[in-house]
Design a protein around this ligand. Structure first.
Ligand SMILES: [Zn+2]
Length: 80
């Protein structure tokens, strides 16, 4: 059965697998060697710089709705 499967596979339709394909993070510049059919590729964020793995909040999240609401409330209390 296995022999039949190997014979039935078409020769030139499978993509080339690169064992040492480079995946680069465009945020922090980390390079990972992950087997892939694409030799050089990039990702926007990786495990080294994603907030959920680092535990640090992103800069743009710090000045969010909650923070603006708290500032407004603090300013309102001062006026009274
Ligand atoms: Zn990264």
């Amino acid at each position: 059965m296995i022999l039949y499967t190997l014979v039935a596979m078409k020769a030139a339709i499978h993509p080339v697998m690169h064992a040492d394909a480079k995946t680069k993070c465009s945020s922090c510049g980390a390079v990972y060697l992950i087997p892939s059919t694409i030799k050089d590729q990039s990702v926007e964020i990786c495990r080294a710089c994603h907030p959920i793995y680092t535990g640090k909040q992103q800069k743009d999240l710090k000045g969010g709705r909650v923070e603006r609401f708290r500032k407004r409330m603090a300013a309102g209390k001062k006026e009274k």
